[in-house]
Design a protein around this ligand. Sequence first.
Ligand code: NAP
Ligand code: F7E
Length: 342
Amino acid sequence: MKIALVTGITGQDGSYLSELLIKKGYKVHGIIRRSSSFNTGRIDHLFNNKKLKNKFFLHYGDLLDGQSLSNVISKIKPNVIYNLAAQSHVSVSYELPEYTLNVDAIGTLKLLEIIKSTNKKIKFYQASSSEIFGKNTYKTQNEITPMIPSSPYGIAKLCSYLLVKMYRESYGMFCSNGILFNHESPRRGGTFVTKKIIQNLVRRKHGSKEFLSLGNIYSIRDWGYAPDYVEGMYKIMQYKKPDDFVLSTNTTCSIKEFVNLSMNYLGIKYKWIGKGFKEKAICPENGNTIVKIDKKYFRPIDVSYLNGDYKKALKAIGWKPKTKLKELIKIMIKEEINSKNK
Ligand code: NAP
Ligand code: F7E
């Protein structure tokens, strides 16, 4: 039985990837941080499942603590490590740049060094990000697009991306980068914009009058569905050689369009009025504010446009996204309504 170690197992992707790896016959070990409150909500269904007693294991560890990583790796002897752990919030990275670089860049270095010195046969997947493209002006971004990150998060992820390439080329290690564009799901953290929008609008549908405050509603993202993307991660690691791949949908949508699509799905009537910081969506019947702009959600620099070209992944590993944006919104809204009714 193959053994996988997943860092970031308590996160959105870690939880879906664990489910997939178990289905593929892996023993899955995860690293979790000690927390004063429960942080395993997304994986409790795996941890508490008696049938998975010998297939799913958790260990305390932290990407800032090399000793803990080294101990877990020597104890469980994984065939593959999926490094998904990160301070993953771009906006927060401006407030915590040093911490973000330590976790998202030096943390990767620690893992690569442990593999190099213990067993170079351990395969390594790095959760890279479309944020590494930053301020590029290309219509679509692929594996050879210039990388000009503009946030501490993007810079840390570019550092990790380059480390992975360097360890691959210098030491012959099987390390690959998945350059993933935004991917969402009902398990997305509530401070990311898609989940924030859907949570607020579903509450409104249930009678709440609380308006939704957003920052830059004109930035454009390429949003996919997280379970499709963890399949891509797995395929990257089955490829005959280590390499780097963009996973994306090659479709775009602004934040404002995402809000409109969500309101349409929920049957919320709206009208946009005003400009700039005064722009808002109101209820045409009573004039109540549904969405307004709040300066506090703007970033020092925002990546304004992302649109990924996944042709390389399609050709080499046969991956393509299965879920279209409208379907993603439907899945997220339905699950949000279900969780409210529980
Ligand atoms: P997420 O939900 O924010 O999960 C991040 C995970 O990292 C959590 O399990 C978190 O643990 C863990 N973590 C944070 N700091 C850590 C540390 N110092 N030591 C150990 N674990 C730590 O992120 P996600 O959306 O699943 O994304 C997974 C990975 O893909 C991340 O590296 C992210 O940067 C990258 N990525 C995500 C997207 C996307 O659209 N989702 C796109 C491109 C790349 P706690 O639960 O204890 O906080
Ligand atoms: O922002 C704008 C914001 O925080 C998306 C992470 O998974 O994907 C994610 O990073 C856009 C940005 O995701 C609000 O300015 C407007 O333009 O949901 P987000 P992100 O920054 O794209 C990449 C690929 C990753 O790698 C990251 O780990 O939405 N926006 N108003 C807002 N964003 C937030 N969070 N909150 C707002 O109120």
